[in-house]
Design a protein around this ligand. Structure first.
Ligand SMILES: *Cc1c(COP(=O)(O)O)cnc(C)c1O
Length: 483
């Protein structure tokens, strides 16, 4: 009898580690060069058809040399990213990333840790970051929290916990339809769209989200909030959730969080803070006092990938009441059985506090960023971006062709070029700026007016970049009104 031939294929590890090692070092050097020389590149450039065509290929059945794949990356991917590592990037609210964060990502990928559960040191790193967040935000040490993709997902977790807190455990088995309570939630007209999206997803519907008007500083009007809650209660609704914002996405306004906390307490509502980018202003001692009230929140959603400069993605949800949080998500499953010892120890696990079972090691890049740079330095970066926004505001005030469209609260400046057909012209200026590669603001609408919106988040941005934005805006504005 002959034994069958061994059909075991080669593993996915290289035949020659030294060749791969050299290749890896070249890739690392390329990314260091990219970051070091980022200023010599345009912020953004349109994607040529040939580059797009590289990614309209059939499924590769045969192997490709890694150096060829790397060459494709360098030629067809790297130059055509959105450019948020570039100091001239001021669109939306994007973080700049750091070389330290990049290296930490490499270490976590090598470890390939799954942080859903089990007794492992990577989860201790995540718990360390949680305790640092509690310390920074003035939360009790035993608050719970976890990394998620971003603030949108963090908001979903927070609303689910709040929903469970008001409806009790029956909502998990019977759903919201079984309750005779008609839940309503509250946020301002300046709030991010993820809150309405979450209301839809948790089965309450966007109509149950009451949009509270803002004052001239784009901050939630507290009297209007109280009136809305009282009116809903009188009509038999059950108000359950208020989302205040620390740094609105449009103008950077900070809702009066302490007053929102008072209202939430008085009426017995859950107090949530959307601190997507603004909560990390707690790192800057000169700005932190403006977030007073955040420490009273029942939940906070925020991102390390914006002002924290941690590479994407690194959202975080913080929940004051650990038991409520656990009770919202924990589910017994035979294959997730816990032990007091061995690998199945360390309970409760992160998977008991959210939907994700498989979870990457996002905590490592946040830990490295905090550990290596320290909070003082990171706070100085936050404060500096706000100073640059003030500088831009002053430059606008000194430039008769330009007009400021909203008060500058933190790091976001909304302005426009004064002219006839201003909406159309300013929309065209934004496109021209982006296509020039000089500076990349984005657009928003304030009181029906189209605004050029510069959100200064990147730690690499300096005064010269602000000057370049002003110069190019005037140049493109003049050219548009003349054409
Ligand atoms: C960015 C942002 C969000 C959404 O966060 P993601 O991380 O993109 O999901 C929500 N709210 C505010 C105020 C934001 O700036």
């Amino acid at each position: 009898m002959s034994t069958p031939p061994d059909t075991q294929p080669d593993t996915l590890d290289p035949e020659n580690w030294n060749t791969l090692r050299e290749q890896g070092h070249r890739m690392l050097d390329d990314m260091f060069d990219y970051m070091e020389q980022i200023r010599s590149r345009p912020v953004w450039q349109p994607i040529p058809d040939v580059a797009r065509a590289q990614f309209r290929q059939p499924l590769p059945r045969q192997p490709t040399n890694i150096s060829a794949a790397h060459a494709t990356f360098m030629q067809s991917i790297l130059p055509y990213a959105v450019g948020n590592t570039h100091p001239g990037f001021m669109g939306w609210v994007h973080g700049g990333g750091t070389p330290v964060g990049m290296l930490a990502e490499m270490l976590s990928a090598g470890l390939n840790a799954n942080l859903g559960g089990r007794d492992q040191m990577p989860i201790e790193v995540e718990r360390q970051v949680l305790r640092w967040v509690c310390e920074l935000f003035g939360f009790p040490d035993d608050a719970s929290g976890l990394f998620v993709t971003g603030t949108s997902m963090a908001t979903l977790v927070a609303v689910l916990v709040a929903r469970h807190a008001v409806l009790g455990p029956a909502v998990r088995t019977q759903g919201i339809a079984a309750s005779d309570k008609r839940l309503t939630a509250y946020t301002s007209s300046g709030a991010h769209g993820c809150i309405a999206k979450v209301m839809d997803m948790v089965g309450l519907g966007t109509d149950a989200l009451r949009i509270i008007p803002v004052n001239t500083h784009y901050e939630m009007d507290i009297a209007a909030l109280e009136q809305a809650i009282a009116a809903d209660s009188a009509q038999g609704y059950t108000p359950f959730f208020i989302a205040g914002t620390a740094g609105t996405v449009n103008t950077g306004a900070i809702d009066p969080l302490a007053a929102v906390a008072d209202v939430a307490k008085q009426y017995g509502l859950w107090f949530h803070v959307d601190g997507a980018y603004g909560a990390l202003a707690m790192l800057a001692p000169e700005i932190a006092p403006r977030l007073a009230g955040l420490e009273r929140a029942d939940s906070v959603a925020f991102d390390f990938h914006k002002w924290g400069q941690v590479p994407y993605d690194a959202g975080f949800v913080l929940i004051r009441d650990r038991k409520q949080h656990f009770d919202t998500f924990a589910s017994p499953a035979a294959y997730l059985r816990r032990e007091m010892r061995g690998m199945a120890g360390g309970s409760p696990w992160p998977c008991d506090f959210g939907l994700d079972l498989s979870r990457g090691f996002r905590a490592l890049k946040a830990w490295f960023t905090l550990q290596v740079y320290g909070t003082e330095k990171l706070g100085q970066i936050v404060a500096h971006t706000c100073e640059l926004a003030k500088y831009l505001e002053r430059r606008i005030a000194q430039t008769p062709e330009l007009e400021l469209l909203a008060p500058v609260s933190l790091n976001i400046v909304c302005f426009r070029f004064r002219c006839k057909d201003a909406d159309q012209v300013n929309a065209a200026i934004i496109v021209a700026l982006q296509e020039s590669g000089i500076a990349a603001p984005s657009a928003t609408t304030l009181d029906g007016k189209l605004a050029i919106r510069a959100a200064i988040v990147n730690h690499r941005t300096n005064k010269g970049d602000i000057d370049a934005l002003i110069r190019a805006t005037l140049e493109f504005g003049d050219a548009k009104i003349r054409s």
